[in-house]
Design a protein. Sequence first.
Length: 78
Amino acid sequence: MAVPASVLIQTEVGKAAQVAAEVARIDGVTSAEDVTGPYDVIVRAESGSVDELGRMVVSKVQLIDGITRTLTCPVVHL
């Protein structure tokens, strides 16, 4: 069963569109949109496990130039 999540991203000023485009190319990312508010990009992603999700964020998403902070929110079914 896939683990869906939202990843909320803060970027450097003027980098949101570039970051969204780069994140959208990562395997497992289903959407990446630049938004307004306290976060600059909201990403929807899926992975095989919470561990895989964490590895994706740390080893792929956070390495993109212009990202200053991420907050990963795995979806839970209560």
